[in-house]
Design a protein around this ligand. Structure first.
Ligand code: PLP
Length: 378
């Protein structure tokens, strides 16, 4: 098969990621940009996304798990990396050896980071202390903060850690709750400084806060979904309105074509019936590939220059598209979603139809779909 016409493929435009990061960086300057490449770069490929983001001016990278940070180091990426979600039994030795910074959400994590650094060196582990300012998820609880900063100051003097950052995470619940979180954050930073800590960077904003709330930018912002060209807001704001270009195009080839008579049922449970004689095109991606089953009879794809509705249930490996009387042939290209400027549905359109967010659409593309990166330095 010609590689230019893949059966299934997620095409990743690295130039789009680079341009998105550059655009976002200009928006928030003088604050620095951390590019978040967790979860395999939101499904785009973590190493490729990281390199494109660094080329676009990102100063730092962020991931959830330490193992994700180690994988970036193993790929030869030596930019500052922060990992913030830890297995209770995590071995922080790799952070010490590979110079990976740790987001810290408990006293126990602080102590284990210091122990790992003193045992495995070469120097202290850089840590960013996380204060819970109201998301009620991870982070040190406000009531434990005074003890935590005192412990951090002690461990810093002993040479096991260096507190390079203090951070938190916004709930994006309302402007008022965001403002309350910023005030709690400022108090926590003041307390940390009073305890003798001198963090270089404060950061609380992910994409939504960084774009929408200038007061939340501090010295550093953490851009995730927006570097991949998708809006963070879920309120109908488009990528284009934010100056962003979606980096992922999910596509495939029509695997079969069938003419059916009026009244024919299609796919499992016959939730769809032909209203008139029509042509069905079979698309070889299903929920195993990350196509939400909720798109059954709701989602749209681009075939032959027009958007068409999914007919019947999305199955594990495939779904049908109602083509009406239009021409379609086995092997024709299907664009499931991509840049709406090309006429394709956007990941946001899919999210809307499936009752979810664009983040989930791109992040859940399955391992059976090869990712092909185009553009970038390579
Ligand atoms: C995932 C994540 C981000 C990025 O969020 P976006 O909304 O994708 O920009 C930032 N900070 C933390 C702590 C995260 O977990």
């Amino acid at each position: 098969m010609s590689p230019a016409r893949p059966f299934r493929e997620a095409l990743i435009d690295l130039d789009a990621i680079e341009a998105n990061v550059r655009h976002l960086g200009e928006l928030v300057a003088p604050a620095e940009t951390m590019a978040v490449v967790k979860a395999n770069g939101y499904g785009h490929g973590a190493v490729d996304a990281a390199r494109a983001a660094l080329a676009g001016g990102a100063a730092r990278l962020g991931v959830a798990d330490l193992a994700e940070a180690v994988a970036l180091r193993e790929a030869g990426i030596d930019a500052p990396v922060l990992a913030w979600l830890h297995d209770p039994d995590a071995d922080f030795g790799p952070a010490a050896r590979l110079g990976i910074e740790l987001g810290i959400s408990s006293a126990a994590q602080l102590e284990r980071a210091a122990e790992a650094a003193l045992a495995e060196g070469p120097g202290p582990i850089g840590v960013h202390l996380k204060i819970d300012t109201g998301l009620s998820r991870n982070g040190i609880a406000a009531g434990d903060w005074a003890d935590a900063v005192a412990l951090a100051a002690r461990l810093e003097r002993a040479g096991g850690i260096r507190v390079t950052g203090i951070f938190s995470h916004l709930a994006n619940a309302s402007p008022e709750t965001d403002a309350a979180q910023l005030a709690a954050f400022d108090r926590a930073v003041d307390e940390a400084r009073a305890a003798g800590l001198a963090p270089e960077v404060r950061h609380i904003a992910a994409s939504a806060g960084a774009i929408g709330t200038p007061a939340a930018r501090y010295e550093l912002v953490r851009f995730g979904i927006s570097i991949y060209g998708l809006p963070p807001f879920g309120d109908g704001t488009t990528s284009a309105e934010l100056g962003l270009v979606p980096a992922m195009t999910l596509r495939g080839r029509v695997a079969a074509v069938r003419r059916v008579a009026a009244g024919a049922g299609a796919s499992y449970d016959h939730t769809w019936h032909a209203e008139r004689d029509t042509t069905l095109a079979l698309v070889p991606l299903g929920y195993a590939d990350g196509i939400p089953r909720h798109l059954s009879n709701r989602g749209e794809v681009l075939i032959g220059g027009r958007r068409r509705r999914i007919a019947g249930r999305v199955a594990m490996d495939q779904f049908l598209v109602d083509m009406g009387d239009d021409e379609v042939a086995v092997g024709d290209e299907v664009v499931l979603f991509g840049d709406p400027a090309t006429g394709a549905p956007s990941a946001e359109d899919w999210a809307e139809a499936a009752g979810t967010i664009g983040y989930e659409i791109v992040t859940r593309i399955g391992s059976r779909v090869p990712r092909t990166a185009v553009g970038g330095a390579a």
